[in-house]
Ligand binder design. Structure first.
Ligand SMILES: [Zn+2]
Ligand SMILES: [Zn+2]
Ligand SMILES: [Zn+2]
Length: 271
């Protein structure tokens, strides 16, 4: 039985290195200081040992194509979107390769307002009949998410969790599978009170920890550590990291059980 989360990208919206920046982190040789835009893959067996492994993308970052190639992701069982910001959705077009390989549509799950902005940003995908030339666009089946309303996806229970990203309400996700649980909470600056009960007894928490200085729409490193202290997961990983964060410098200073994420890191929630 496998239950794991793979960090496909762990950077902030500009990625690291950033275009035109010569700072210590943007020019670092440490591969853990190179960060694609944020997204993750959650994988688990669906109970019929040993195959198939079900795998879900959380968000489609602009580097989705390279991420899928790097990790040998040939098929997916769906995409769950946290919100509609460019760094989380601009890889959507590349989902068409999964259509071609799997010979089927791809399920996407998002809140109604996020689905509406996807339709607006990718009109050629969602209203292909209006395209001037017939062209190969992704075939997607949209499903609406609502905070607190669970979904059973091939034997795992997914719970969308309300997060505040500045003033924008977005979603994090909790996944319960085989008696273990993880939550992925990127782009968060505050947890509404009703979300804390959904974050109890977590084995793994992934949480936004942008940088050291205050930011209006993201938790700082210190704020993330305070939240971890309150939520008390078994282990925690910081993500959506800016170029202020140097892996080798910060990682050894973090409290026990708290780590920085990096692109390609695989976290086994259950072996
Ligand atoms: Zn973001
Ligand atoms: Zn830099
Ligand atoms: Zn965002």
């Amino acid at each position: 039985m496998v239950f794991e989360l793979i960090f496909l990208g762990t950077g902030t919206s500009a990625g690291v290195p950033m275009i035109g920046c010569d700072c210590e982190v943007c020019t670092s040789d440490d591969p853990r200081d190179r960060r694609d835009r944020p997204s993750a893959l959650v994988r688990y067996h669906d109970g019929q040992d040993p195959e198939p492994v079900r795998q879900f993308l959380i968000d489609t970052a602009p580097e989705m194509r390279q991420q899928a190639i790097r990790h040998g992701i040939k098929r997916i069982d769906g995409v769950l979107y946290t919100h509609g910001h460019a760094d989380h959705i601009f890889g959507l077009d590349d989902l068409r390769r999964f259509n071609a390989v799997m010979k089927s549509a791809v399920d996407i799950h998002a809140e109604p307002r996020v689905l509406a902005s996807l339709r607006k940003m990718f009109p050629y995908v969602f209203t292909p009949e209006k395209n001037v030339n017939p062209s190969f666009v992704p075939t997607l089946i949209a499903h609406e998410l609502e905070p607190g309303r669970t979904l059973d996806l091939f034997g795992a229970v997914w719970t969308p969790i309300r997060l505040m990203h500045g003033r924008l309400p977005i979603l994090g996700f909790r996944v319960d599978y085989g008696g273990k649980s993880l939550a992925y909470c990127t782009d968060v600056s505050a947890f509404p009170p009703e979300s804390y009960p959904l974050l109890q007894n977590l084995d793994v928490l992934v949480i936004d920890g942008l940088r050291y200085r205050h930011h209006p729409t993201h938790l700082t490193i210190d704020q993330a550590l305070e939240q971890i202290e309150q939520i008390k997961p078994g282990k925690a990983y910081l993500t959506h990291l800016a170029h202020d964060v140097k892996y080798a410098e910060l990682e050894p200073k973090l409290p026990k059980g708290v780590h920085l994420s990096y692109d390609g890191l695989v976290v086994e929630v259950r072996e």
